[in-house]
Design a protein around this ligand. Structure first.
Ligand code: SF4
Length: 283
């Protein structure tokens, strides 16, 4: 396998979560299921909300208004579509877990509620923003490392500052606010729009608590961040040479892992209770 020379936040997060899952991903070990990727139960609300918000911002980018009823319907339709094809679209079901004790209605209620809050309470704060882009794969380079980004939303505010917004549907820890993701997005925006660092602001918007958490990045911090990314990609390259990607199993993680069927450590970690007790694990 060729040495990986590209970096993205999602790659880095997967490596942090489980190095073995990262190596599976990099090697392309993933079943071809036709057209639609599978989602885990833990992420289904977040994915459905992102899907709905993306569609609404598609409309906004064309000069149209957001519509609450359409946004809620899209979030619900996403979950119902996934649920109707659970054996191939829901990771836990594909890994052999029973969904008998889990109802899609709880996920749909939560998803509609998050979308409602987004349209009514969060979106008005973007009233004076100008659209730049959303949900597009973009890249820039750090030395010979290609860095891929896909920002949820990029706008220009009334003061002319470029704002990178990342929607979060789950709990937000310090890593989300202070970690690499927003810093890399700010670095990308500097490159993309040819502006100084101080003219770009990152922010996390919690769809759970409705908080706006800003992130200002200095040039010195970006220099340190680029060093971390370069070292991380070099480390990945060395690990591929030595096949050094240890598994980091846990029942809740492995039962929803896309690589479960290829992973001995994951299958050993998931017992019969994990496969039949999904409802308790999700509570
Ligand atoms: S099944 Fe578990 S240990 Fe195996 S790759 Fe997935 S998360 Fe890692």
């Amino acid at each position: 396998m060729a040495e990986p020379l590209s970096w993205s936040y999602s790659k880095s997060a997967l490596f942090r979560d489980c190095p073995k899952a990262f190596s599976f991903e990099e090697q392309g070990v993933y079943p071809v299921t036709g057209h639609s990727p599978s989602v885990s139960l833990a992420s289904i609300v977040g994915v459905s909300v992102h899907h709905s918000i993306k569609q609404e911002i598609d409309h906004w980018s064309r000069g149209e208004r957001l519509e609450l009823a359409r946004a809620e319907a899209a979030a619900e339709a996403f979950i119902r579509e996934v649920w109707a094809d659970a054996p191939s679209r829901i990771c836990e079901a594909r890994n052999g877990a029973s969904l008998a004790s889990v109802s899609p209605e709880r996920f749909i209620r939560l998803s509609r509620s998050r979308v409602r809050d987004f349209v009514r309470l969060i979106w008005p704060r973007f009233r004076n923003h100008t659209y730049l882009l959303h949900e597009e794969d973009r890249m820039f380079t750090i030395g010979d490392v290609v860095v891929w980004t896909r920002v949820d939303l990029c706008t220009r505010d009334a003061d002319g500052q470029i704002v990178i917004t990342d929607w979060k549907t789950g709990r937000i820890g310090p890593e989300e606010v202070e970690g690499m993701q927003l810093g890399v997005y700010v670095d990308w925006a500097r490159n993309e729009f040819h502006v100084p660092t101080g003219q770009v602001r990152g922010q996390i918007v919690s769809l759970r608590t409705l908080e706006f958490l800003p992130r200002f990045v200095s040039d010195a911090e970006l220099t340190r961040l680029r060093g971390r990314i370069t070292r991380q990609v070099q480390d990945w390259g060395k690990r591929f040479e030595t096949h050094n990607f240890p598994a980091a199993p846990s029942p809740t993680k492995c039962v929803s892992c896309r690589f479960f069927q290829w992973c001995d450590e994951g299958r050993a970690a998931v017992d019969a209770r994990s496969l039949s007790g999904l409802a308790e694990m999700l509570d």
